[in-house]
Ligand binder design. Structure first.
Ligand code: FRU
Length: 504
């Protein structure tokens, strides 16, 4: 009897633990080749750093709900930027506040003095958001703190003398991105402060001096500035370099809501000088769902980017149940000279090619619908031979829910139309057609698409235009077809790759 009871109790317990696995990654809308948290709320990517064969991804995380709440840093690692392993939460809120966005660097020469053994310190620099201060109506509730790990990011210790930068009386004072500036032999921090960027310098990551500001009358100011990044890059095919400053804005992006603009210029160790006019607005991605993205630190000569695949306009109401939000695909970014000036190009990292499980050619007659589950599509169009002004690809299901990803010759714009994409009712602004100007003038037009269960990413013309949009079809999209469907329509040829899941 006793043995039987133990047996039943263990069966019960087993059932309980088995069912309470954080997630199966098979839920409705669950992205299959994008990073999303096992459960609960996620926003910005944080602290991306490459160290000893591992790409670290930390992220804004609320482990007790599916809407934004007290922020922690969730954590995952990857060896190939494609498959991810979840690790325990890295940083918890403490008496100084919630842990907002920030960065991680490898302190190669132990400038911080945190190193005790052979392992290099990983140092996280993040924003503390003090709720009590905010509720009391003060304007100094955001400060910058640091924490370090001496075991390859597995465990973290907060610095005892936090905060390392106190608030000078600026309400929005956050999102430090730190990197090593070899020319001045110092750490530099790029941070959002109200409607501008502030630059700081430090020799030890603990003492910081303000060295410059940029941007209060430059670029777009439709919303608060957040999550900057600053890095130097070679202009492809030349020996010349330029500095790129990424700045996310909470509102005012070209297709509404939050988005990421960028500036190209020079940085002298202290401040940034824009090479374009103050009015110039450059956008990293024209879709509605690529926000707060920054690049990996220490990534061996590559400039790798990842963004949060949502928009503050509706992020908290999208119809997923157990988790909310995913990241964009990791992208390799590059600087290229174009007829309009130097521009930032984005392309999916080449490691993603390993997800391909098969491919077939798409017939140019536009008559055939091709079945797919998860797909990557490459389309090449001869613009001169194309007898139609508007063409593209329809992705649909049996309920006639669909999205269109296409190009309009008259307006010279790419677009993603998610007006009839399924559940669009959770936000007034969600059902919309988003557009992006075509940058290059080549006669050959190239669209490269990645289609997951609830997102599409377009990389057009070698990455000169990127568009990222999410969607929620009530039944999975399972067919694609070129349009218009009439004879003699666009001359299009292409390859469709079937992709496999990264979650098993
Ligand atoms: C951007 C942002 C950051 C902030 C974080 C809070 O989405 O607002 O500025 O640090 O989210 O979660």
């Amino acid at each position: 009897m006793r043995i039987l009871t133990i047996y039943f109790v263990s069966l019960l317990l087993w059932g309980f633990t088995a069912n309470s696995q954080p997630s199966t990654y098979k839920e409705k809308y669950r992205p299959q080749f994008h990073f999303s948290p096992p459960a609960h709320w996620m926003n910005d990517p944080n602290g991306m750093v490459y160290y000893k064969g591992e790409y670290h991804l930390f992220y804004q995380y609320y482990p007790e709900g599916t809407v934004w709440g007290p922020m922690h840093w969730g954590h995952a690692i990857s060896k190939d930027l494609v498959h991810w392993q979840h690790l325990p939460i890295a940083l918890y809120p403490d008496s100084l506040g919630y842990i907002f966005s920030g960065s991680v660097i490898v302190d190669e020469h132990n400038t911080s003095g945190f190193q005790t053994g052979t392992e290099k310190p990983l140092v996280a620099i993040f924003t503390y958001h003090n709720m009590a201060g905010e509720k009391a109506g003060t304007n100094h509730f955001q400060t910058q703190g640091i924490a370090y790990s001496l075991d390859r990011g597995r465990t973290w210790k907060k610095y005892h003398n936090n905060p390392v930068i106190k608030n000078p009386g600026i309400k929005d004072f956050r999102d430090p991105k730190v990197s090593w500036h070899a020319a001045s032999n110092k750490w530099i921090m790029t941070m959002a402060a109200g409607n501008e960027i502030r630059f700081y310098q430090s020799a030890n990551l603990k003492d910081w001096q303000l060295s410059g500001t940029f941007g209060n009358d430059e670029g777009n100011h439709g919303g608060v500035w957040e999550c900057p990044d600053l890095f130097e890059m070679k202009i492809a095919g030349t020996l010349q370099t330029k500095w790129v400053l990424l700045v996310s804005i909470g509102n005012g992006a070209p297709n509404g809501g939050s988005g990421t603009q960028y500036f190209i210029g020079d940085f002298n160790g202290k401040t940034f000088q824009n090479s374009n006019t103050k009015q110039t607005q450059l956008w990293l991605d024209y879709g509605c769902d690529n926000y707060a993205g920054v690049t990996w630190s220490n990534a061996a000569g590559r400039r790798l980017f990842l963004g949060w695949m949502s928009n503050w306009q509706y992020a908290q109401t999208v119809p997923t149940r157990t988790w909310r939000s995913a990241m964009t695909l990791p992208r390799e970014i590059s600087l290229r000279q174009t007829a309009d000036g130097i521009r930032l190009f984005s392309n999916p990292v080449k490691e993603l090619e390993k997800l391909r499980t098969g491919n077939h050619e798409i017939n140019a007659d536009n008559k055939t619908a091709y079945p797919f589950s998860l797909g990557e599509l490459e389309l090449t169009v001869d613009l001169e031979k194309t007898g139609t002004t508007d063409f593209g690809i329809e992705i649909f299901n049996s309920k006639n829910e669909k999205i269109h990803v296409g190009f309009n010759k008259t307006t010279n714009q790419y677009y993603i139309d998610r007006i009839k994409s399924g559940d669009v009712f959770f936000s007034k602004v969600f059902a919309a057609k988003h557009t992006a100007p075509r940058l290059v003038r080549d006669k050959k037009l190239i669209m490269h698409l990645f289609i997951d269960h609830s997102s599409v990413e377009l990389f057009a013309d070698g990455g000169s235009v990127a568009m990222t949009d999410i969607f929620f079809p009530t039944e999975k999209f399972n067919s694609i077809q070129l349009y218009p469907k009439t004879k003699n329509a666009a001359f299009i040829k292409g390859t469709l790759y079937t992709l496999t899941t990264i979650w098993r």
